[in-house]
Design a protein around this ligand. Structure first.
Ligand SMILES: *Cc1c(COP(=O)(O)O)cnc(C)c1O
Length: 401
């Protein structure tokens, strides 16, 4: 009998069943390691779906949060705080943009970008009232709100939650010709993930982002990059759009922006776009609060130093080589897609299910989660040591044996 069982029973009785987590009850974390209530150690190879890019209990982030926690935590935007302006200045500079709008969760930031793009369409592009159209990609994941699930192609995410918000059309991911064909006079934006995370780390064809940039510019359509999961170092670049030297019109950021401590998200754009909003048209009680701003500022400072991106490139190569040699030995892997420290590993249909592999991984001391049945997504903290990465690879090999 372990301590875990009591928590599992209580959860089953009192917690909504909108998740099916592994039966691991975590109590403590440090760096790339987490420990359960029975004090078993695991390598965290999910890292909060990239919310923990800087690891658990990152000393710099915890220090910034602790200082702010004991100073000022919430003002609401009715007043100003001395934390928000420096954070806004640093984040916009990281993005090479003029302005930012702070929110909390990723889905809220996506909703915010949708509102801004629609308003921009009406006041700048001259689209007729209520006609704005936004193009999205099949297999997208942008969050869980009613509007966002309206354009999801995942039946589980969408079914039973209608009526759906109109104004979206979906095209195949990574298909520039389909984008060109879908654009008409009412199109205000193309909302995209540069790499599809929840779909299983799906990489678009080379050159697609550059094509998207050109098509959007030529047709006066906003290129809106949801870099909530792909951004902030995960791929080895600050933003996945950097991999093709492309700058979107709007960045949507979240997850790692909160340093694994609290939800922090943002929309970042130049004034010709952000300027369509006036006081009273959008907001959030907690968005840009001093605690969030202090943590977000420290995250941006770490990214500005560039060291984390450089080591992600280096460790990403080790990770890619390691996974490739596991695949060469094992019949269990059908495909691997990887950028930086972000990998989607498809488990062969003949072998164990994705869930079985995730369960085996956990019993071998590696936490990861399957997505869409047969894909395991690995996204260890970018701060992981070489030794721990090697150990993780060893345990992955064991679990696929
Ligand atoms: C996680 C995620 C979101 C939603 O973020 P939440 O904080 O869970 O609302 C949106 N877009 C992408 C690409 C994500 O990975």
């Amino acid at each position: 009998m372990t301590f875990s069982q009591g928590f599992l029973d209580t959860e089953a009785t009192h917690l909504a069943h909108n998740y099916a987590p592994l039966p691991v009850v975590l109590a403590r974390g440090e760096g790339s390691w987490v420990y359960d209530v029975d004090n078993r150690a695991y390598l965290d190879f999910l890292a909060g779906y990239s919310a923990l890019n800087f690891g658990h209990q990152n000393p710099r982030l915890i220090a910034a949060a602790r200082h702010q926690l004991e100073t000022l935590t919430l003002t609401s935007r009715a007043f100003r705080s001395d934390r928000l302006a420096p954070y806004a200045e640093a984040l916009t500079s990281l993005c090479g943009k003029e302005s930012m709008l702070p929110m909390n969760t990723g889905a809220e930031a996506v909703e915010t970008a949708i509102k801004i793009a629609r308003k921009w369409g009406y006041v700048r592009k001259g689209v007729g009232p209520d006609r704005a159209k936004i193009i999205v990609s099949d297999g997208n994941f942008h969050g869980r709100t009613t509007t966002i699930v309206s354009f999801s192609s995942d039946d589980g995410a969408r079914d039973g939650f209608g009526p759906y918000t109109p104004g979206f059309v979906s095209i195949p991911f990574g298909n520039a010709a389909a984008l060109e064909a879908a654009i008409d006079d009412d199109t205000v934006a193309f909302l995209l993930e540069p790499i599809q995370g929840e779909a299983g780390v799906i990489l678009p064809p080379d050159g697609w982002l550059r094509d998207v940039r050109r098509i959007c510019s030529d047709s006066n359509v906003l290129m809106v990059a949801d870099e909530i999961q792909s951004g902030l170092g995960r791929t080895g670049a600050t933003f996945a759009c950097d991999l093709e030297e492309v700058t979107p019109d709007i960045y949507i950021l979240g997850k790692a922006l909160g340093g694994g401590i609290l939800p922090v998200s943002a929309v970042v754009a130049d004034w010709d776009i952000m300027g369509v909003l006036s006081p009273g048209q959008h907001g959030s009680t907690f968005g840009g609060n001093p605690l969030a701003a202090a943590v977000g500022l420290e995250v941006v400072k770490m990214l500005n130093e560039g060291e984390i991106q450089a080591r992600t490139v280096e460790l990403g190569t080790i990770f890619a080589d390691g996974l490739a040699s596991i695949a060469a030995e094992s019949q269990a892997i059908a495909d691997i897609r990887i950028r930086g420290l972000w990998a989607g590993v498809d488990i062969a249909a003949v072998g164990p299910t994705g869930k079985e592999v995730a369960t085996r991984l956990a019993s071998n001391g590696v936490l990861a989660k399957e997505t869409h049945g047969q894909t395991i997504r690995f996204s260890p903290p970018l701060t992981i040591s070489r030794i721990d990465l090697a150990l993780g690879l060893e345990r992955i090999a064991q679990s696929l044996d």
